[in-house]
Unconditional design. Sequence first.
Length: 225
Amino acid sequence: MLTLKLISEETERVVKGLEKKHFPNAREAVEKVLEYDKIRREAQQKLDNNKQQANQFAKQIGALMKEGKKEEAESAKAQVAMLKADAKALEEIMEKAQNDMTNQLLEIPNIPCEQVPEGKDAADNVVVKEGGEKPNLGEDALCHWDLLKKYNLVDFDLGVKITGAGFPVYIGKMARFQRALEAFFLDEARKSGYLEIQPPYVVNEDSGRGTGQLPDKEGQMYHAN
């Protein structure tokens, strides 16, 4: 999620980055964030002034009562009550503006690196580097998913039945190969100085939002209570 600081300080860069990704109504989306922030900050400033005035009246009440100025003390109490009512309204405005701003920020994707070429689809991709020799496969060559089925290495249908789309069941040599790959890459990373960590298999909502998976991919996730 883009930060409010980045959007505030580099508004044009953010807008251009979003337009580069063909994000709809990019400028309007960014301006909404800034408008919600403005409402929140203005309400915060009014609330601070409100509390300062309320504290001043509260200090006066005690002194007025000691001096026997009951009517003036009651007037000060009425002022405090009015300020408290105003404070509640301001807090509600702040909370709504904060929620609206957060929801708007969650809808805005990250901006691309400046080196990324602009394009609408894969046809606009730019080849940066090629390596190795391309194999000359015959007309009867099978796709990788057909090879997996032919040699009984992966069962996609069983994965769908057990869990859902995108969760294949690895069988025999492929299951062993999967474990070997995981161990190999972890060992290589450790050799390079990385610290291995085993995180939980499930995350809470805040973590999902922090990594940018929510709310964009909410429909592709499983929820557990």
